[in-house]
Design a binder for this molecule. Structure first.
Ligand code: ZN
Length: 435
């Protein structure tokens, strides 16, 4: 159960006292002119998960776009004129933070990645992305780190502006723009006779990568994403791409401008170079070894395993999960995630959403619990306070006085049952209720 009888009654007492105060103020307002639009809201859930732990019987007060008080119901007083949101049987959480999305992509079983990059217009992709942003927000994700437009140029910068200006609903975005790849290493690839538009920006050499990094930052990149390894040819395993020197220059160039660098890396050498260059997170890490995870821990680099992406792609390729034997790739993934946990690496929750449907972001958290042995509490901490810390977002990820009022309410207790995250009842971003 969610609450002890004692805290439950305390919660109701506070909301009751508050309702009395509210009716008084409304009566007063009716006798004069119109009631002012309430800018203060008291949220009364069964329990509050503050980003670290759960507190039964707590309430949260929101004024404007900030959290102004949080604590046991008896200790939080709402001002006269505030409204109340009774969230009985629900848990209030910080708005979730998606660690790895691609708003400009849609699931590969609808359209292959190649065809999205080559045949879909930017207008079509942006129109889709607006729908993706809304679905992401309504699924409880009030912030997303979007790691590359995959051929859609700087469309993520405009998408972020449209959200921030209140033109379309969506999460607060951290955008990577085009991402950096070594010439020849990425895709799409078809005939050798044609030069195709690529899914990321090609750059080489110390001067070339510094220039491309600066270009992306100048256009609005909050974070620089680099592919430290990739498959050079179809069907072959990944190999390192950029040299150690090139990666180091990318990180130094970005760091000087206050931008972190994140690396798509899956080979031990690609991961190692990215860590030594000073990236902040490693994305995917499929073939990480105990040695590279040890190095990751030593350098304070966090790991975003994106388990849902591989799981989805294998099913698109015909794997009938639960019926067919588990593919080697899944077994390897489990071994690498286990090695990272053993090494004490910090985890980032991010699913590589776009490979699978936007709004289905909870899939990563469900898989981490069901297939990878994490507890629901660990996964929730990753998706809130954990991601906020790794992404340098000191103003969110926890429920505490002074932080942004990015809050969601779900039916039940997600720290016990991760599927409760599918039951999002309320979404508030910056004090504005979207659901
Ligand atoms: Zn990705």
């Amino acid at each position: 159960m969610l609450t002890s009888p004692r805290s439950f009654s305390a919660r109701h007492l506070a909301c009751l006292l508050f309702a009395v105060a509210l009716s008084g103020s409304l009566a007063q307002a009716q006798s004069t002119v119109q009631a002012p639009t309430p800018t203060t809201t008291l949220l009364c859930p069964a329990a509050v998960f503050d980003g670290k732990e759960t507190h039964a019987g707590w309430v949260v007060l929101v004024s404007g776009n900030k959290i102004t008080a949080v604590g046991p119901a008896a200790q939080v007083t709402a001002p006269v004129g505030a409204r109340t949101l009774d969230l009985a049987n629900q848990t209030l959480l910080p708005g979730l933070i998606e660690g790895h999305s691609h708003m400009l992509l849609h699931p590969y079983n609808e359209t292959s990645w190649n065809d999205q990059v080559l045949t879909e217009s930017q207008a079509l992709r942006v129109a889709r992305a607006t729908a993706h942003a809304q679905r992401t927000l309504l699924a409880g994700f009030t912030t997303a780190r979007d790691l590359g437009t995959e051929g859609a140029g700087y469309a993520d910068v405009g998408l972020k502006q449209a959200i921030d200006q209140g033109i379309i609903p969506g999460p607060r975005l951290l955008v990577a723009t085009r991402a950096l790849v070594a010439t020849g290493s990425y895709g799409p690839k078809l005939s050798t006779d044609v030069t195709l538009p690529q899914g990321a920006q090609e750059a080489d050499g110390v001067e070339g990568v510094a220039r491309a990094t600066r270009e992306q930052m100048g256009k609005g990149a909050d974070v620089i994403k680099v592919y430290s390894d990739y498959r050079w040819g179809k069907g072959e395993p990944s190999h390192p791409t950029f040299s150690q020197e090139e990666l180091t220059v990318i990180v130094q160039t970005a760091k000087a401008a206050g931008r972190p660098v994140v690396a798509h890396s899956s080979t031990p050498e690609g991961i190692k170079r990215a860590i030594l260059a000073g990236v902040e997170t490693i994305e995917h890490g499929d073939n990480g070894t105990p040695e590279v995870f040890k190095l990751m821990k030593q350098h304070g680099v966090a790991f975003c395993p994106t388990v849902a992406a591989g799981d989805a792609i294998l099913q698109y390729q015909g794997w009938r999960k639960g019926q067919d034997p588990e593919p080697a790739r899944v077994q390897e993934k489990r071994a690498s995630v286990a090695a990272a946990r053993k090494a004490g690496v910090t985890f980032v929750m991010g699913g590589d959403v776009g490979v699978f449907a936007h709004g289905d972001n909870a899939r990563e958290m469900e898989l981490l619990v069901r297939d990878y042995g994490f507890t629901p509490l660990e996964v929730l901490q990753q998706a809130t306070s954990g991601n906020a810390t790794v992404f340098h977002l000191a103003d969110r990820g926890r429920i505490a006085t002074g932080l942004l009022a990015d809050l969601i309410a779900v039916q039940g207790d997600p720290t016990k049952d991760v599927s409760a995250l599918r039951q999002v009842q309320m979404v508030m971003k910056g004090g504005v209720v979207y659901k």
